[in-house]
Design a protein around this ligand. Sequence first.
Ligand SMILES: [Zn+2]
Length: 655
Amino acid sequence: MDEIYPINISKMTFKRTSLFLISNFLFLISFAQPDRWQQRVKYTMNVDVDTLTNRFKGKQKLEYSNNSSDKLDKVFYHLYWNAFQPNSSMDARSRELGKVQVNGRPDWDGRVKDRILNLKENEIGYQKIISLKMNGVPQPFKYHETILEVNLTTPILPKTKVVFDMEFEAQVPLQVRRSGRDNPGTGVRYSMSQWYPKLCEYDYEGWHPTPYVAREFYGVWGDYDVSINIDKTYKLGGTGVLINATEIGWGYDKPGTELKEITSAKRLWHFKAENVHDFVWAADPDYKHLVRKMPNGTVLNVIYNYKPNNPKNDSLWEKVGDAAVTVLPFMEAHFGKYPYPQYSFIHGGDGGMEYPMATLISGPSLGTVFHEWMHSWYQMMLGTNESMYAWMDEGFTSYAENLVTKFYYKKPSIEDYKEALKNQPDNENLKQLIESLPEDNADSYSGYFALVKSGLEEPMTTHADHYNTNFAYSIDAYSKGAVFLEQLGYIVGAQARDKILLEYYRLWRFKHPNANDFIRVAENVSGIKLDWYKEYWISTTKTINYSIDSLWEENGISKVRLKRIGNLPMPIDLQLTFKDGSTEMHYVPLNLMFGNKPNENASQKRTEHEEWRWTHPYYIVEFNHKLTDLKKAEIDPSKRMADTERKNNVLELNW
Ligand SMILES: [Zn+2]
């Protein structure tokens, strides 16, 4: 538990950092524990829900610590639900994207379309502020649709804490996207995300009052104490630990207990969560609650809409809990420890959406379960500003989801088969199988290639809200972001890439890392300069294309000439296969790397060549075999380099 407090983390990691310095003496300069300041929130909220009108009144006490060295003249809050009104920014944005055709279809989100335009008065969402005080003094505020601007009567001084007291009321929108009531898809009554006025983040780049158009989130870490008073027939799941579990029962106190009988019309649910940057809950009278426990005590809740006489439905949701137990140790080994006391998989929302210590999922799909849970790392702990670095959020999560899925289904990797082939080099079946197997993250690569082909690609530095198409945003964030990590393995070696992810978690959790921060960790761990990789892959839409250009023998030395056709330079793995079946790797680092990838395959001979300068379109590799002994030459047999034209990477010879 106490590990989730930043102060303990910094103490713990300091010692380990010193050890790391000794073993990485070459890179002494940049290994300090980052001391980037973070603002801090502490919310205490009480809400009273009317399930007939779908409205609620709320009281919010917000203790806000300004840990920056800046004087704050104003603050901003998100009022997300004001997006669910006809002609809102979110509505207009969706309908404009609906006019754009991508692959023969309107580019709008199929869940949103023009549904907001057609919401009736009792179906719209809103959040209204009744009163707002800072340290007891009323504050003037101004609505900008989904953003509330508060021009403070007195500034918040650096390194001081203030207390905001707010009264607000809200109407739960008919569910259009993520939040809302009575979703026809899940039948869940209340999916309560983005439900309270939430302070915007202030960081080293200033305020982030991003108007809501249905996309990304960014928040301040802190503690939440949330009490929800609601009709007694409703059952709840949410972020945090249920404090009054013994009063509630329903499996929260002990396995298998019923919801306690009470005489009052409403029941109070009291949750607490520490060191999170958001709070979600969901409620339905038909919910069923399953509990799983990890050996270390972490509780996994599965809460779903129970359908009578449908054992198949029950077993699918039970599988969610069982699968979660199976994969958590794998996730922790690869991406770092899960530090919170519980996690809840809650039926609700649409598709899947991540929140701290919980997710809303529209069904028991294990792919979605693994994806959303991995967001506990890449968003809840490593909370990048998603609007600016959606690829570090969705891309890293998609990469991790692929790994977790492969682990869960015990799918042997292509590497396992290659290992087996070493012992039976003549096994043609095995060879064929390897040829037919998809590489890791194959879907991400094909998504990226489709985007390149479409001509709609935009640089990944584009603000998530400002892409011209949903298509380009999605593929950039999810696929090109996942390829970033798989391809990083090609550049620095898979082992180093895995270490980078753990080191990134250790150094940057709870600190809002940006792209530079990740690259610096990657450089320090690998000993390879990677600024060029970030620049080309993230900031441009330049593409990779290498080919085998020509072959010849000169004075008894065999030579193969490689050509860089694309504008994005990369290091090259060139594998040569000879008539006797033997292979060797010829490694050509890129001059911008100032370092070499270690040999990834100890059982294969590897020759390291001089660096290839990025300015030069051609490079000649020499090798000590008769040219006529060569059977095949192949650039990047691992297919991790996202070469947009793979055909010209391979040359097969029939002398
Ligand atoms: Zn995601």
